[in-house]
Design a protein around this ligand. Structure first.
Ligand SMILES: [Zn+2]
Length: 395
């Protein structure tokens, strides 16, 4: 190969790395890009100059709002937003959510539709297709350069591969499919920015599910069930342990899921049928509701403390309907974790919506989830940014 040929090859390799970093992280300054790809500022300036002149990369903004000091704000660069679309889908038990984002990581459209619980998977997929058509028509979302579809399905479900195939056929784009709670874990992990901390995520809702982000990657596990906190024994003595849908007894889900908390309230004479009733009882200071919820939070804290001692995550995120009933659940979970793991590193207890203020650099953060029901669809898009090949047509 000639010297010119070698130069061209090196240049293309550098260019591909710059594009990959922008695809994965969204908007970055030249300095951030240089640090991530390991190039000098001078070399990087040449490459970004060329990419900008070709329109593959655009200046999106400055980082002025993020800077405390004086000095000229740095320009932020992104991939050309119109160069690719990324579609995230979350097929739950009774609703589907979709989100569309561009190559610059802006969410451009969202939507949701419902179906009856127990609806078959082919019918759920059909509802999702109609919803995506509708989002395209009403919200003007274009799928002309669709780079991939991320599909989250509720629970570890054998329908996953068939659902993924249906989306692949329909859109002719790469499909990444996973458990939607795991996608939600990934979405929570990047709410602080694109550099991933190790995050342990648990969702307390109709069931209890979770997900782990370790070393910047979403962990599926050897059998696709990593993060199944719901079926960890909750330490309930044998005689008092309730049967679980998995066939065993005394799983965390039989203590701290929404149906379990409602059942335990009713056993103690408090008439609650739904999460809204529980919420109302807690707001008026009902002692039975408070006691049952505290027991649930303590059980969750014990299980998460054990997981934290094994994995030592930087953040533990607690979300789901139960935390929205009573945000104090997160504080109580955090207190139990701190008590059980309080050696070596500190644990900062961050309650609902309190942000991360007050946490020191080495502290483990226990916080409420920031994203609501949209987390699964957004996490599916985040997974696409990390897994699909670079947008076509750059070279
Ligand atoms: Zn179980």
């Amino acid at each position: 190969m000639s010297v010119e040929g070698v130069h061209a090859l090196v240049r293309r390799t550098h260019e591909a790395r710059v594009l990959r970093v922008l695809r994965e992280h969204g908007a970055l300054s030249r300095g951030q890009i240089a640090a991530k790809v390991g190039l000098s500022r001078t070399t990087l300036s040449e490459i970004t100059g060329d990419l900008l002149s070709r329109g593959a990369v655009v200046v999106t903004d400055t980082d002025a709002s993020l800077r405390a000091g004086s000095g000229r704000p740095a320009e932020l660069l992104t991939l050309d937003p119109s160069s690719g679309q990324f579609l995230g889908v979350d097929l739950g038990h009774s609703r589907v959510r979709v989100a569309v984002a561009d190559a610059a990581h802006e969410v451009t459209a969202t939507g949701h539709a419902t179906y009856a619980p127990g609806t078959g998977w082919p019918e759920r997929v059909a509802v999702a297709f109609d919803l995506i058509d509708d989002v395209g028509a009403r919200r003007g979302a274009s799928f002309r350069a669709l780079q991939g579809v991320g599909v989250g399905v509720a629970g570890p479900h054998p329908a996953g591969p068939a659902v993924a195939e249906a989306f692949r056929e329909r859109f002719g784009a790469p499909v990444v499919a996973d458990n939607s709670t795991r996608f939600a874990a990934l979405a929570e992990a990047i709410t602080d920015g694109p550099d991933l901390d190790d995050v342990l995520y648990i969702r307390l809702a109709e069931s209890i599910d979770g997900g782990l982000v370790v070393g910047g990657r979403l962990v599926a596990g050897g059998h696709g069930v990593a993060g199944e906190f719901g079926h960890v024994p909750a330490g309930v003595p044998g005689a008092a342990a309730d049967p679980c849908r998995c066939g065993r007894r005394g799983c965390l889900e039989t203590v701290a899921s929404v149906p379990a908390v409602l059942r335990n309230c009713r056993r103690r004479g408090l008439a609650v049928r739904a999460a809204e009733d529980l919420e109302a009882a807690l707001r008026r200071g009902d002692p039975v509701a408070a006691a049952v919820l505290d027991e649930a939070a303590d059980a969750v804290g014990q299980v998460l403390a054990a997981a934290a001692l094994v994995l030592d995550p930087a953040q533990i995120v607690v979300g789901g309907r139960l935390t929205r009933c009573w945000p104090g659940v997160v504080d109580r979970v955090a207190a139990t974790i701190a008590e059980r793991t309080g050696t070596g590193t500190g644990t900062a207890v961050i309650g609902s919506g309190a942000g991360t203020g007050g946490a020191g650099a080495g502290d483990r953060i226990v916080r409420a989830a920031r994203l609501g029901d949209e987390g699964g669809a957004l996490g599916a898009i985040a997974a696409l940014y990390r897994q699909t090949p670079p947008p076509a047509g750059y070279h």
